[in-house]
Design a binder for this molecule. Structure first.
Ligand code: SF4
Length: 290
């Protein structure tokens, strides 16, 4: 396998074979994201991706059960080409149970329901998608590239094709000014299209990004640990589900996991208990080194 640049993958793909299908991110505008800032986006050729799959089969054997195709927004690849890649992976690895990619609602718009159904038939199991917030103003400010109503429409389309959606919510991305709107609107949008998984991450400024500069200059007010916990509490209180809620990331101040709505009372109780812990017992809000 050949890798270019830093390869990012969700924690839940820790055991997956990683085969880069795109390099960088075609959007590359989100003001909080520093992942691919210096990378020129390109889609790798199908021939190169197939070659990497063959190399992986020779190296690991044919027992691989899960493949994740980085980098950002691999869902952008033309459907015929993605189907060819997914079919080839299935042929290389007959025990395969899961194939996943990154994709945002901005690029879901480029595919029809029928195309998503073809991808599902070819073995695409799950899409990891950064919704970040359901608040229109926050999405506009961070230049996410889609609106809440587009997120709902596109989320329903992907779910309608039978592909699992794992949505990422960025606690604190509205800053102090929009913490309430962020929690309530994110819950409203998530309830409307019910992704399979809602995964929480807490915003930590990333040096070199526009939002880091706003934070440094005092134009963006980072939530303190207690404020982030209160925001999470308001979000969870408004979630109806059904979906799995996970906080599977080291950035979070609370480790809250469970099924919504079944586990909502115990998750809210955990958050309330954490709010009684003094703030200086948590990591610093702007510390990337946890
Ligand atoms: S779409 Fe994702 S990878 Fe691309 S800039 Fe935004 S957050 Fe970063």
């Amino acid at each position: 396998m050949r890798y270019e640049g830093t390869v990012y993958r969700p924690p839940s793909e820790a055991d997956s074979l990683l085969i880069q299908a795109t390099i960088g991110c075609p959007h590359n505008k989100c003001t909080f994201c520093g992942m691919y800032q210096t990378t020129n986006f390109r889609i790798r050729s199908v021939a190169d991706i197939k070659e990497d799959l063959r190399t992986a089969r020779d190296y690991h054997g044919d027992k691989v059960q899960s493949i994740f195709f980085p980098d950002g927004n691999t869902i952008l690849i033309k459907t015929d080409q993605l189907v060819e890649i997914l079919n080839y992976a299935q042929a290389m690895f007959p025990y395969l149970k899961r194939m996943t990619v990154y994709g945002s609602a901005k690029y879901f718009k480029l595919k029809s329901l029928k195309e998503f159904q073809r991808l599902k038939e070819a073995g695409l199991t799950r899409i990891h998608s950064g919704m970040e917030s359901g608040d229109n103003e926050i999405l506009r400010r961070v230049q996410k590239g889609f609106t809440p109503s587009e997120m709902i429409e596109e989320g329903l389309k992907v779910r309608g094709a039978g592909i699992e959606l794992s949505e990422y919510i960025l606690v604190g991305i509205g800053g102090r000014e929009r913490t309430r709107e962020h929690a309530i609107e994110s819950a409203r949008v998530l309830n409307a299209f019910t992704p399979d998984f809602v995964r929480l991450r807490t915003y930590v400024p990333w040096e070199g990004t526009p939002l880091y500069e706003d934070h440094q200059q005092g134009r963006f007010h980072l939530l303190s640990p207690h404020e982030a916990l209160k925001e999470t509490h308001l979000l969870v209180a408004n979630l109806e589900g059904p979906f799995q809620l996970l906080s599977d990331h080291v950035s979070n101040f609370a480790w809250v996991n469970g099924s919504i709505p079944k586990d909502k009372p115990s998750i809210l109780e955990t958050l309330e208990q954490l709010l009684s812990v003094p703030e200086d017992r948590f990591r610093q809000a702007d510390s990337r080194f946890l």
